[in-house]
Design a protein around this ligand. Structure first.
Ligand SMILES: C[S@@+](CC[C@H](N)C(=O)[O-])C[C@H]1O[C@@H](n2cnc3c(N)ncnc32)[C@H](O)[C@@H]1O
Length: 320
C-alpha cells in the first residue's frame, strides 16, 4: 500500500519510519511511504504557504494553492487515491475506520494541517475523508497522520507475525475496545508477588474465563455480550429447521451491544441469504429477563436462547 504524507515538517517522520513495524513493512516492501514538503509548492522565494484568514481571527491559515499543487504532484492518473485530512473537528478515527482503510488498497494521501488550519476550498475540492484523533488540539496533523498510518499498517496482511494475528482472531478482547485483561510474564514470583494460579494451569477454558472476567472498563452485561460474541463469531448456527444465522463481526467504534445477524436458508443443495441484516440492541432487551441469574456472569443458555428467540421473531416479522 502506498502512502504520501503532505506536511510542512517531513523530518518529523524520519525516526518513526525507521522503527519497529513501520520499518519492517517498508523493508519488506509491504508499504511505501513518501513525505512531501508543502513548502516546495510555495510561489514565493520565502517559501511561505500561510496567510491571514479573511474576516479576521487569530493566527494564520495554510493557503489552498500550495496544498492543491502538492496533492496534484502525487497523482499520476493511474491509481485510485484517497485524500485524508486530519482535523480536530472531524469524527474520531476508530478501529473500524482503520480496518476499512486497510482493506481497500487505494493510495492514501495524508494532509497534515498546521497553524489554525487549512483554507476550506482545498478541503472541499480534494479531501475524501476527514478524521480527528481525539478531543484535544495538537500543533499539527503530523501526529494524527502517524497514528493513522500505524493503525492501518498493522492490519495489513502479513505485517504482524502470523501467530499474533491468529491470537487476535481466536480471542479478540483487543477488538472489543474494553481495555485489556491483566497480563504477566516471567518470573512467576516477582518480589513476592505471585502470578494468578489459573494462568499457570494450562486449562484454556479457565484461562479464557479469567481473562474475560478481568477485562478492564467492562460491566457485567458487557462481559455477557462478549462471551456470546466470542462463542458465535464466524459461525453459521441453526436457528430453526433449515434456517441459519450468522453473527457479524464486531469492530471497535461500533456498539458492543448491537448484535447484527445475517439469516440464511440452507438445504442439502444450497445456502442462500434471505434477509437484510437483523440487528438487536441487547441493552434495550431487559437484561433482568434475559439473564435469570441477575447480575451474575454466565454463559447461561437462557441468555443465548433469549437472543435467538428475538432473532427468530424479528425474522418472522420480516417475512410477513
Ligand atoms: C493547531 S491545529 C488547528 C486547530 C483548529 N484551529 C481548530 O480549532 O480546530 C493545526 C492542525 O493540527 C491538526 N490537528 C490538531 N489537533 C488534531 C486532532 N485532535 N485530530 C486531528 N488533527 C488535529 C489539524 O491538521 C489542524 O489543522
Amino acid at each position: 500500500m502506498k502512502f504520501s504524507i503532505l506536511t510542512l515538517f517531513p523530518d518529523f517522520f524520519s525516526s518513526p519510519l525507521q522503527e519497529s513495524i513501520l520499518k519492517r513493512a517498508i523493508e519488506k516492501q509491504q508499504i511505501s511511504v513518501e513525505t512531501i514538503n508543502i513548502r516546495d509548492f510555495s510561489d514565493n522565494s520565502y517559501k511561505r504557504i500561510d496567510a491571514k484568514p479573511f474576516g479576521g481571527g487569530a493566527g494564520m491559515l495554510m493557503q489552498a494553492e500550495p496544498i492543491a499543487k502538492a496533492i496534484e504532484s502525487v497523482k499520476n492518473g493511474e491509481e485510485e487515491y484517497e485524500v485524508i485530512f486530519f482535523t480536530p473537528s472531524a469524527p474520531e478515527l476508530t478501529q473500524k475506520d482503520s480496518y476499512e482503510l486497510a482493506k481497500n488498497n487505494t493510495h492514501k494521501v495524508f494532509l497534515c494541517g498546521h497553524y489554525e488550519g487549512v483554507d476550506q476550498r482545498v478541503i472541499e475540492k480534494y479531501v475524501d475523508k476527514q478524521f480527528s484523533v481525539g478531543k484535544t488540539v495538537l500543533t499539527g496533523g503530523e501526529i494524527p497522520a502517524l497514528l493513522c498510518l500505524d493503525s492501518i499498517v498493522r492490519l495489513l496482511p502479513n505485517v504482524i507475525s502470523k501467530e499474533k494475528s491468529h491470537e487476535r482472531e481466536t480471542f479478540s478482547a483487543e477488538l472489543y475496545g474494553k481495555g485489556e485483561y491483566p497480563q504477566f510474564t516471567r518470573p512467576e514470583n516477582w518480589r513476592g508477588i505471585e502470578v494468578p494460579k489459573v494462568l499457570l494451569s494450562g486449562n484454556h477454558a479457565d484461562i479464557e474465563k479469567y481473562q474475560l472476567e478481568n477485562l478492564k472498563n467492562c460491566s457485567t452485561e458487557e462481559i455477557q455480550i462478549i462471551i456470546f460474541r466470542e462463542k458465535y463469531k464466524n459461525k453459521k448456527f441453526k436457528l430453526e429447521k433449515n434456517i441459519y444465522v450468522e453473527l457479524l463481526p464486531y469492530f471497535i467504534g461500533t456498539d458492543l451491544n448491537i448484535l447484527e445477524f445475517k439469516i440464511f436458508t440452507k438445504n442439502t443443495r444450497s445456502i442462500k441469504l434471505v434477509t437484510d441484516v437483523i440487528s438487536i440492541d441487547v441493552n434495550i432487551l431487559n437484561f433482568e429477563n434475559a439473564n435469570k441469574q441477575g447480575n451474575q456472569i454466565s454463559t447461561d443458555v437462557y441468555f443465548e436462547n433469549f437472543i435467538f428467540e428475538k432473532v427468530a421473531s424479528l425474522f418472522r416479522l420480516s417475512e410477513k
